[in-house]
Design a protein around this ligand. Structure first.
Ligand SMILES: [Zn+2]
Length: 367
């Protein structure tokens, strides 16, 4: 990872050295989360698909910093629709701090009592790394909660996480639990890899997957979704973190309109058009399937490419975007619909043991 210069400083919310405006902080967690995703995983110029080369060249410096710090684009619209949030202003130092293991890669438990901004609670409990833990954990919580609106003073959240051993900024969330006063409900996500699954996934305590999956999506095996539409950054696509070479299939029938344009930004890429006129794009591929070129008709499920890390991409992932015939960004979650996998029956025992072990760690951390 070489993206430290792309750190989303404009959106940092727990920084010790500055006091950001309270409202954007409260509103911004999910937005910031996505700034984080993109810093960690997204192409450095997420809008490059639509940018013609001349414009891209002219705005290159801006594009790079926008990707990392879309403070204006991200915060302003949210502030415009500012909900009243209880529990402000943030108060620091309200959460008990678990004495944490020091070795990178060791799981650490955190117990956070919300009193103001969610991210600030994480920082109060976990120190500097609390910010990125909050941002990564929010990817999971955001499937059930709107962290810009739903948190209430006195909500409690527990997290079990690991830092990368090599100094990589990536955080692995082993588990997160959020006790919401607003909904009088507990939301949980436990990372677990059932036998035969390509990657671990996150399940609630009943064994239902927490993140949604696109029905008929273009990539079957991916590690996680790291960016969604509407994450406040003007990012036009969904990002799927996946190893280089993961098969990409046509989610719809259609005709290929172009491949490998604007290579500097998009890397190997493919664009197709559906019969309704909408446009579907796949960026940062390791390769476009042999024989596929402009004019090729593709059928649903046909292998068209392999995911990669080409162009302005900071880590292996597939960027997938859908534009209406009038060039409006469509949300693949809405276009496709979403499904969730359930834990296979044979994995229930091991999973429940895992849940119990994690909860025991949280209990210890809260004492
Ligand atoms: Zn993307």
């Amino acid at each position: 990872m070489t993206l430290r210069s792309h750190q989303p400083t404009g959106l940092r919310v727990g920084g010790r050295n500055r006091k950001p405006p309270v409202l954007p902080v409260l509103l911004g967690l999910s937005l910031v989360a996505n700034a984080w995703f993109l810093w960690a995983w997204a192409p450095k110029a997420p809008n490059a698909a639509e940018v013609d080369p001349a414009l891209a060249a002219a705005t290159q410096g801006v594009a790079a910093s926008l990707d990392a710090a879309p403070a204006v684009a991200a915060v302003a619209p949210a502030a415009a629709g500012a909900p009243t949030v209880e529990g402000a202003p943030p108060v620091e130092g309200t959460a008990p701090v678990e004495p944490v293991a020091v070795a990178p890669g060791d799981p650490k438990a955190g117990h956070i009592i919300i009193d103001g901004a969610v991210s600030r609670g994480f920082v109060a409990a976990l120190g500097d790394e609390g910010e990125r833990v909050a941002l990564t954990a929010s990817r999971l919580l955001n499937w059930n909660l709107d962290l810009t609106k739903d948190p209430r003073k006195g909500d409690v959240t527990d997290v079990l996480y690991r830092l990368s051993a090599d100094g990589d900024p990536e955080v692995t969330i082993d588990a997160v639990r959020y006790q919401s006063k607003k909904f009088d409900k507990v939301y949980e996500a436990y990372r677990f890899q059932p036998d035969g699954w390509a990657f671990p996934a996150w399940f609630d305590a009943s064994g239902v997957e927490v993140p949604g999956r696109l029905k008929g999506g273009p990539i079957a095996d991916y590690e996680e979704i790291t960016s969604l539409i509407g994450d406040g950054r003007g990012h036009a696509g969904m990002d799927f973190k996946a190893p280089v070479g993961s098969p990409v299939t046509a989610p719809f029938a259609g005709t290929v309109t172009r491949v490998n344009w604007n290579w500097k930004y998009n890397g190997n890429c493919l664009e197709m058009k559906r019969s309704d006129g909408s446009i579907v794009r796949f960026l940062h591929l390791s390769e476009v399937q042999d024989g596929i070129k402009a004019g090729t008709r593709v059928t649903v499920g046909q292998r068209i490419a392999a995911s990669g890390n080409t162009g302005r991409s900071s880590a292996p992932h597939l960027h997938y975007e859908i534009k209406s015939s009038s060039d409006r960004t469509l949300d693949p979650l809405k276009v496709h619909g979403v499904s969730r996998r359930s834990l296979p029956e044979g994995s229930q025992g091991a999973f429940q043991a895992r849940v119990a072990a994690v909860r025991a760690k949280w209990t210890a951390a809260a004492e």
